[in-house]
Design a protein around this ligand. Sequence first.
Ligand code: SF4
Length: 378
Amino acid sequence: MAGIYIHIPFCRRKCHYCNFFSLASEKLKVPFIAALKKEIELTRAYLGGEPVNTIYFGGGTPSVYEPAVLQEILELLISSPSPVKEGNEQREITLELNPEDVTESYVDALKKTWFNRFSLGIQSFFDEDLVSLNRSHSAEQAKKAVALLLQAGYDNISIDLIYGIPTSTPERWMKNLETAFSLGVPHISAYALTVEAKTPLAWMIGKQKMPPVSDEMQVDQFKTLMIETLQNGYLQYEISNFCKPGRHAVHNTSYWNGIPYLGLGPSAHSYDGTSRRWNISNLSKYIEGVENGERLFEEETLTAEQKYNEYVMTSLRTMWGCELERKIYELRITNYELIKPRADAFVLEGLLRKHDGVYFLTDEGKLFADRIASELFI
Ligand code: SF4
């Protein structure tokens, strides 16, 4: 099985914290779609005939396009929403949406497409937070977007929230979670606000036009997130992802399980089980290259050590845990003896738990996930 990711590189405006590749100008919207169609032709062989199980339109903001345009792309990728093998469930076909795009007419048009899962970039249900992040929607639009999708009969909905926003408070964060629960969405992704270099957010904090992001607030809000989601029947199946039982995102879970995927569009990454490629992060050059029959990308072949490190980094963050010993054996890595005592020391510290040879982060360990993973790297 394999996945396909399509990167749509346009946004209505740039959020202050964003370091994804996307442009606030829609000048190349039409040429981009032509180039994307060409890239699909150029990459037919990449997945080696593996059946495609999941497709994810992300960005950027895919909903800058009308659903019919996105459906045309889908029909070039697959011949029907059903998987190749009979008896399997439908493929998971996800579309990221910005709330301001989700109108009655947009949802009507979605009904004529094969999308069956929607991921809404809500971030907060408070206008003050949204304004401080330069988001292009309001809290009211966010609630309405979820309601419209539910009314249309779509129940496979995920919402993104951000914690640790300087304008947030413990009460607001709690209210954000309560609103999410009351809307009845089966999936929530919640990320800490990260101050990336060269973003307007970094500049504003540097110039004291915005208070710095507080580590203490982030830790408190993350703890509240873990407690409240658990009490409301959500599983923390990955450190930033919470779902009702059985409603995890198949596409994202495939990334963490090392399943091959093809990435289309500028800056999109692909992985074939051996090497990783990433398309050029320049829209004009991407279009020009594809028009000339050439994909512009960089590539690296992963060593056994890199595969091991990636496995540790991603698996530790999931509820399925990290099978250190199995991975070491599978990848024929020789210095396991150096790593195991480090993992066992984290167990003694209460940051990891070990069960049947599998290591899991404890709730306390989840606060230090990156440091723990990096100390288990080769
Ligand atoms: S909508 Fe998403 S991709 Fe676009 S600027 Fe905001 S955070 Fe970045």
